[in-house]
Design a protein around this ligand. Structure first.
Ligand code: ATP
Length: 301
């Protein structure tokens, strides 16, 4: 057994998020093209008699320290799978915004799965961890896998997309989060009010082609998020954030997942840095972070 193990896990943006009608089980069918980006949380797992967690970093005060913490739930699920009552002290160093639509909680759950698998010397293969991850939440399997992948079902059935290059992004982080459940409920409400019929869900071939050949302009033109109208309805100021990024020359601008973080596609690393500075100066977000994707999934460091 190791005394301490640290794992690094990426945030994600959905470059396509197509949402089907509400299912009887309360979930929505999705076609979800996940793309991991180089904004990382770290999850350290240390030997302990019981399961406990602490959180460090800018967003620490917004993260639960009880059984509501997704990393704690992941550790418990893994111990249950192994049929033992293991303990672990988890230390989460948060960089991914909380409730920002970038799957930060899911990242920490994936990090805890990988770290505890190592700490406890279980040696479970990735496919077993992916199965446990799917029960923890729709985005957790992708946080383990990383890269770029198409998710179907609730988002948990994944098939990896071959990538032709690196994309440069800016994430405009808002003050305060948005609840994912409330954004889905608002999406359902808006559809009911407008009478919109949701057509059959499918992957956007032009978008997948752009990802495969590393065509940033093509990807920027094809970004879609069915939750965007709901996020804007709940947080109208995001419309201005998106408009300013577009005026500043972004190839594409989109709400990330359920928001309120906004994602902008840049032409180069240099353009991403300039765009981030200009967005910060325009006072349309709390902070703007230049980064790139695809990033690897959960990794021991
Ligand atoms: P998604 O993009 O998957 O919809 P999100 O990025 O919008 O999720 P998270 O940062 O995952 O949202 O947090 C959602 C809620 O989950 C938070 O409000 C927080 O109370 C709770 N939570 C539980 N565990 C964690 C964790 N380890 N890190 C962050 N939030 C957590």
């Amino acid at each position: 057994m190791n005394a301490s193990v640290t794992v690094r896990v990426p945030a994600k943006v959905n470059v396509q998020l197509s949402v089907g009608p509400l299912r009887d089980d309360g979930y929505h069918d999705l076609v979800n093209v996940f793309h991991a980006v180089s904004i990382f949380d770290e999850v350290e797992a240390k030997e302990s008699e019981s399961v406990k967690v602490s959180v460090e970093g800018e967003w620490a005060d917004q993260v639960p320290l009880d059984e509501g913490n997704l990393a704690v739930q992941a550790a418990r699920a893994l111990a249950k799978h192994a049929g033992r009552s293991y303990g672990v002290e988890l230390v989460i160093r948060k960089t991914i915004p909380v409730a920002g639509g970038m799957a930060g909680g899911s990242a920490d759950a994936a990090g805890a799965l990988l770290a505890c698998n190592e700490l406890w010397g279980l040696g479970l293969p990735l496919e077993d961890l992916m199965e446990i991850a799917g029960d923890l939440g729709s985005d957790v399997p992708f946080s383990l896998l990383g890269g770029t992948a198409v998710g179907t079902g609730r988002g948990e059935r994944l098939s990896q997309v071959e990538m032709g290059g690196t994309f440069h992004w800016v994430f405009a982080v808002a003050d305060g989060g948005l609840s994912t459940a409330k954004v889905y409920a608002e999406c359902d409400r808006l559809r009911e009010v407008s009478g919109e019929q949701v057509a059959g869900l499918q992957g956007n071939q032009a978008l997948l082609d752009a990802l495969r050949i590393g065509d940033a302009a093509g990807l920027g033109a094809e970004l879609t998020n069915d939750l965007q109208a709901a996020a804007l309805s709940l947080r109208p100021s995001l419309a201005q954030t998106l408009a300013v990024g577009t005026e500043l020359g972004a190839l594409g601008a989109i709400v990330s997942g359920s928001g309120p973080t906004c994602a902008f596609l840049a032409t180069s690393a240099e353009h991403a840095r300039a765009l981030a500075e200009a967005l910060s100066a325009a006072d349309v977000c709390r902070t703007a972070v230049p980064t790139s994707g695809p990033a690897p999934g959960a990794q021991l460091i």
